[in-house]
Design a protein around this ligand. Structure first.
Ligand code: FAD
Ligand code: NAD
Length: 462
């Protein structure tokens, strides 16, 4: 049995784990990372990157499909064809490039990579079954970054035609009918993509609104577009069983309906990967199903940290990365604590939604008196020239000081506003700071300046 002794052991090479290991390596910390499958984790292999690739391909296909008949732009094409197997091959190429990139960065930072599943022997020692035999790794400090996996519904176990997001991202033909159970992030991002590629999509959402984590004003343009794309949305509905051809669902007050479905995509949330690898024996404190952490990502066991999805919401790659970077610096002896004002969130639907900080409702619930400025893209020149005028930018600020508490937008391409939103919040911007910043014309970002001006009572273009 081979044994390695190191200062830092990182378990899991997703965005949390690989960033933690790279930064630790850069700081001269003797680091080992263990990965059971492929470097990059959920995000790079079966999450953020492949889903955005598929969304892009679907958008392009839908765009040209519209050009088969005369249109305002005056561009016409013959009927386009989609070869999904080729699209998936292209997506796999991007994933492959990024996999190698992450491995290269880890090597450059002098991190030792062990391939295989880590199993805890005790809080400072893991055993890894590798291709060349059992490897023991002993460390002074351990970071758990094992991520999350899809939640399964008992009446719809994964397998065959019942897909999780992982299988949906590798289909080689477009299903003619697709039922999506769960109208959250994944269900709507992928449901919209498959609808654009030609599938007849039905979304079954248990709550009274799709994307229940966002306020109704932000979700409205997304619901409108789903309707235009022919996606049927059933809210307050629950899936009961699947026959192989139809999904049986329960709507209001016990009424049932059968929905034709060649495939069923179940996207009802994700759960932390905490079972089957000896973590139970450590008996760490939990916050529900997740590992409980403090403001330095410390768990209840000395010298054991946890980062990323395994520690709970929001389960976002950039949160995992920020935690990973912070923990690496703490392990290297620097004084760091979680002091972020905002973790931006983007939903890559059509149109996109981006939020940072507090919504008007959240701000009021926290006792703030607020002023809100909303600027519609219908009054934005750039939006007109790109034929996508739906949506708006909204600014939420304290009424007494004009300190910006939250920024939100819905509209085509607004994901790229996320950095401006976060920067404003991190720097403690007031409405006057945003209003007084020159925003390039013609861009959608002018909507941010105008929303701030609107909250101050003197918008210029509405
Ligand atoms: P993970 O990425 O899950 O990585 C954990 C790693 O640990 C895995 O590689 C796993 O193999 C490994 N591992 C687990 N147990 C062991 C063990 N015992 N031994 C060794 N290795 C182990 N987030 C965004 O911010 N933006 C998006 O656009 C976005 N899109 C998404 C789309 C989809 C379809 C999905 C499913 C998720 C998406 N997410 C997105 C969420 C994002 O993928 C996660 O928040 C992120 O991957 C979490 O990173 P992590 O490092 O905590 O865990
Ligand atoms: P989600 O929490 O976003 O959505 C799950 C949805 O399923 C909710 O609307 C919920 O009300 C509904 N639901 C739950 N049980 C149900 C049932 N029995 N029947 C019908 N509906 C039901 O979860 P997800 O879409 O699986 O995504 C998981 C996580 O991955 C997200 O929380 C997010 O953190 C991350 N993610 C992020 C992005 C992004 O940043 N763009 C994209 C995809 C995933």
């Amino acid at each position: 049995m081979k044994e390695i002794v190191c200062k830092l052991l990182v378990i899991g090479a997703g965005p949390g784990g690989y960033i933690c290991a790279i930064r630790a390596g850069q700081l001269g910390v003797d680091t080992v990372i263990v990965e059971a499958t492929k470097a990059g984790g959920t995000c790079l292999n079966v999450g953020c990157i492949p889903s955005k690739a598929l969304i892009h391909a679907a958008e392009e296909f839908e765009k040209v499909s519209h050009m088969t008949s005369p249109n305002a732009l005056g561009i016409t094409v013959e009927a386009p064809r989609l070869d999904l197997a080729q699209t998936i091959h292209w997506k796999d190429g991007i994933v492959g490039r990024l996999n190698s990139g992450v491995l290269g960065l880890l090597r450059k930072a002098k991190v030792k990579i062990v391939h295989g599943q880590a199993k805890f022997r005790d809080g400072k020692t893991v055993e890894v079954e590798t291709e060349t035999g059992t490897q023991i790794v002993r460390a002074e400090t351990v970071v758990i970054a094992t991520g999350s996996e899809p939640v399964e519904l008992p009446p719809l176990p994964f397998g065959g035609a019942v897909l999780s997001s992982t299988e949906a991202l590798s289909l080689t033909s477009v299903p003619s009918t697709l039922a999506v159970v769960g109208g959250g992030y994944i269900g709507l991002e992928l449901g919209t993509a498959f609808a654009k590629m030609g599938a007849q999509v039905t979304v079954v959402e248990a709550m009274s609104q799709i994307l229940p984590q966002y306020d109704a004003e932000l979700v409205k343009p997304v619901a409108k577009r789903l309707n235009e794309l022919g996606v049927r949305v059933l809210t307050g509905a629950k899936a009961k069983s699947y026959s192989g051809e139809a999904l049986l669902i329960e709507i209001a007050a016990g009424a049932e309906e059968r929905i034709a479905a060649d495939k069923v995509l179940v996207t009802v949330g994700r759960k932390p990967r905490t079972e089957g690898w000896g973590l139970e024996e450590l008996d760490l404190d939990r916050a529900g199903r997740f590992i409980r952490i403090d403001e330095r990502c410390r768990t209840s066991m000395r010298g054991v940290y946890a980062i990323g999805d395994v520690t709970g919401e929001p389960m976002l790659a950039h949160r995992a990365m920020a935690q990973g970077e912070m923990v690496a610096e703490i392990v290297a002896g620097r004084k760091r604590t979680w002091d972020k004002r905002a973790i931006p969130a983007v939903c890559f639907t059509d149109p996109e939604i981006v939020t940072a900080g507090l919504s008007p409702e959240e701000a009021r619930a926290q006792g703030y008196e607020i002023r809100v400025g909303l600027f519609p893209f219908a009054a934005n020149g750039r939006a007109m020239t790109t034929q996508s005028e739906d949506g708006f930018v909204r600014a939420v600020a304290r009424a007494d000081t004009n300190l910006v508490l939250g920024l939100q937008a819905v509209g085509a391409g607004v994901s790229e506003l996320s950095s401006a939103f976060s920067l404003a919040l991190e720097m403690g911007a007031r409405l006057e700071d945003i209003a007084g910043t020159i925003h390039a014309h013609p861009t959608r970002s002018e909507g941010l300046q105008e929303a701030a001006l609107k909250a101050l009572g003197h918008a210029l273009h509405i």
